[in-house]
Each structure stands twice: as structure tokens, then as C-alpha cells.
Design a binder for this molecule. Structure first.
Ligand code: ASP
Length: 374
């Protein structure tokens, strides 16, 4: 905390040198731009109410020194301390915090997903809540964001945010990411756009975004591009999501009791059926095959996968290649085998959609439709 205070005072000193210290927010705001929400100058009572649900991760992490940008402990700082360290938030919204979990996101389970989504669903039903921010470890942030977008019915903005560096590091990214997330969650123009991920000044749709770099602040990318950017308290939109989400979703967290077991098998040279057989024996109800190229399946893996299917396990063909999309009946005869193509969903996100589909008793053709629509 000492180094955090030290850096805060550096910021204060820099502002003072620039003659900006203590300047009212309204004086810093620019002229209004159509379609842009600026909350900075609103009186306190009129500001939107944003609830920050904290789950841990690097945004709540702490390292031993300012040089530790990659070596640190995630999930250390409680949400009230995170929020107290950011007085700027009060210019944007009335912010309240709740600690839902304090974990690194690689340890997220299906139960964590259900608990978090249920809490988000409760909160968005409250008339006094205008938007939600979820702070999250970056490793599985994109999975949780996609799950929330599939299961929570609301038009209120839900912004999921993390950081690549702990708050104790030089050039820590969490503070600005969190302010941007609160701004997006407080914005009327973010309504109806589903679950959004605000990292590195970009606004991404939960469906498309993935963590593609494991050590830089510009880690979150989408092959279809961000929806927009959030800069100095303004949202700049360039696209809108066209896939089904939140209010148009046929999945609803309020009616989901549990999620069936769905696992992933990874393709590589010399792959053998051992993992498929073990996962089926372990109770998998569907397998996501993370194939090579266009979801290719090694010749020696086709029969083991068909054997699994004969035991009632659904087979979904995805790809270990991050960009592009899997075409139905290319590389494998999906119609003949009754397999499902995961389209552009990464294996870990295909797992989420498949779990939700199976929880509703979906057939293979229904699951295929869902991969086209969500
Ligand atoms: N392993 C951490 C997590 O996902 C990494 C991060 O938050 O950036 O919780």
C-alpha cells in the first residue's frame, strides 16, 4: 500500500504542476457530443448507481515491489479498498461494492459462474441499480463475460473488467480500466448492448473478446474488432453486437439449477484416445474437440469420438486455431456423424454454450442453431 500511496501522490503532484489539482469535474468536461453520455458534471444524487461485484484476479493483486508487473499474488485487495483508492469514481457514479469471491480466475468453477450470474440477475432487477461492473481475473474473464451475456436478462449495462498488472506495479492498468468500466456501466448509451469488456480503453462485446496475450496490457482482442472505445469519460461507439444476448437469450439464469459436465479434448500430433475415454468414464455429457485447422479430427480419433457419442455424449467440433471459424461438413461429415460445429467459438466458450444447451435438453440440431445464433 505504501507504493500505491507513493504513486497517488505522484499523480497529485503532476496534476498540481499542470495547474489542474482540485479543478471541478465540470471544468474538465468537453462540449457535449451527440450520443455520448458524460456523467462527470451531474449532481451526486442524480448520478447513476453502479454496483461493483468483485471476484478477485490481478486487478485485486499485489506484488512485492513496483517492478513486479508479472510476479505477484492475485486476489488480495478487498473491493472496499479498491474503490476507496479511486476517488475519481464518485464523479462518474454512485458506486457500491460487494465481494462475491476473492479468487484467481483460473480457479473459477461452474458453481462460481452460477453464483455470480444469479447475483447479477438479482441486482439488475432492482430499480435503484443502473449498471453492474464485475471485477475479474483476466485468465477466464472472457468466459464469465460470455456466460453472463447468455444468461442474464436485462438491458442494463454489465461491464466486466480486470487488469494485466497489479495495482502495486509501475504503469498499473487496473485503475483506469475500472474507472472506464464504471463509466460504461453508468452510461445510457451502453444499454441493450449486452455484456461488455472494458480493457485497455476498448469496449469489447463479451461474445467475441478473448485473452490473446498473457503479459501485455493490450491483451484482450476480438477477430471482429472492438465495439468502441472509452476515453476520458466518453464512450465512442463504432459497431453493435448482432448475435443474441441478454434480453433476447433463450437461456435464463433464474431457471438454471445446475450445469452438466462438458469437457474439452485438445488435438495435437500423435494424439491418442486416452483423454476422450477418460472424460467419458468421468461423466462428460458432451465433448468439445479442440481440433487442428478447421476443426480437423485425426483419423485415429474419429472412431473413439463416435463410440463416445454412442454412449450419449454430444460431440462438438471447435478449433485450437484462435482466428477464423469452423465450417460444418468441412474436414468431417458432421451431417453423417450428427456432430456439431462450434463456428467461431473458442473451445472454452463452446463449452459454456453447450452446457447451457444441454441444461435445456437441446438436441444436436438445436445446439447447432445456437452456435449460429449466439
Ligand atoms: N491469473 C490471474 C487471474 O486470472 C491473471 C489476471 O487476473 O490477470 O486471476
Amino acid at each position: 500500500m505504501t507504493s500505491f500511496r507513493f504513486r497517488s501522490s505522484l499523480v497529485a503532484a503532476a496534476l498540481a504542476l499542470a495547474g489542474l489539482a482540485g479543478a471541478p469535474a465540470a471544468a474538465l468536461a468537453q462540449d457535449a457530443v451527440p450520443g455520448v453520455v458524460t456523467t462527470a458534471a451531474a449532481p451526486a444524487a442524480a448520478r447513476p448507481h453502479v454496483v461493483v461485484l468483485a471476484t478477485g484476479g490481478t486487478i485485486a493483486g499485489a506484488g512485492a515491489s513496483a517492478m513486479n508487473s508479472a510476479t505477484y499474488t492475485a486476489a488480495k485487495v478487498p473491493v472496499d479498498k479498491l474503490l476507496a483508492g479511486l476517488p475519481e469514481l464518485s464523479q462518474v457514479a454512485r458506486v457500491s461494492g460487494e465481494q462475491v469471491f476473492q479468487i484467481a480466475s483460473e480457479s473459477f468453477t461452474n458453481d462460481n459462474l452460477l453464483t455470480l450470474a444469479r447475483r447479477v440477475s438479482q441486482l439488475v432487477k432492482q430499480p435503484d441499480v443502473d449498471g453492474i461492473v464485475v471485477t475479474h481475473g483476466t485468465d477466464t474473464l472472457a468466459e464469465t463475460a460470455y456466460f453472463l451475456g447468455l444468461t442474464v436478462h436485462t438491458d442494463k449495462p454489465i461491464a466486466v473488467v480486470g487488469s494485466m498488472r497489479p495495482g502495486t506495479a509501475l504503469s498499473a492498468d487496473g485503475a483506469l480500466n475500472l474507472v472506464n468500466a464504471v463509466h460504461v456501466a453508468a452510461s445510457k448509451d451502453a444499454r441493450g448492448k449486452g455484456v461488455l469488456v472494458t480493457m485497455n480503453d476498448e469496449i469489447q462485446t463479451a461474445r467475441d473478446v478473448n485473452k490473446d496475450v498473457n503479459i501485455q496490457t493490450g491483451a484482450f482482442k476480438s477477430q471482429w474488432g472492438p465495439l468502441g472505445m472509452v476515453v476520458e469519460g466518453r464512450n465512442y461507439w463504432f459497431r453493435a453486437p448482432i448475435k443474441r444476448h441478454t434480453q433476447q437469450s433463450e437461456f435464463n439464469i433464474d431457471t438454471i439449477e445446475r450445469l452438466p459436465q462438458v469437457d474439452i479434448v485438445y488435438a495435437y500430433g500423435n494424439v491418442q484416445p486416452t483423454a476422450v475415454q477418460a472424460l467419458v468414464a468421468g461423466g462428460a455429457k458432451a465433448l468439445i474437440h479442440a481440433g487442428t485447422g478447421n476443426g480437423s479430427v485425426a483419423d485415429r480419433m474419429v472412431q473413439p469420438l463416435r463410440d463416445a457419442q454412442a454412449q450419449g455424449v454430444m460431440i462438438v467440433r471447435s478449433s485450437r486455431v484462435p482466428y477464423g471459424f469452423v465450417l460444418r461438413n468441412a474436414e468431417q461429415p458432421d451431417d453423417k456423424y450428427d456432430w456439431v460445429a462450434a463456428h467461431d467459438m473458442r473451445p472454452e466458450k463452446a463449452r459454456l454454450l453447450t452446457m447451457l444447451a444441454l441444461a435445456r435438453g437441446a438436441s444436436t440440431s438445436e445446439l447447432q442453431r445456437m452456435f449460429w445464433e449466439y
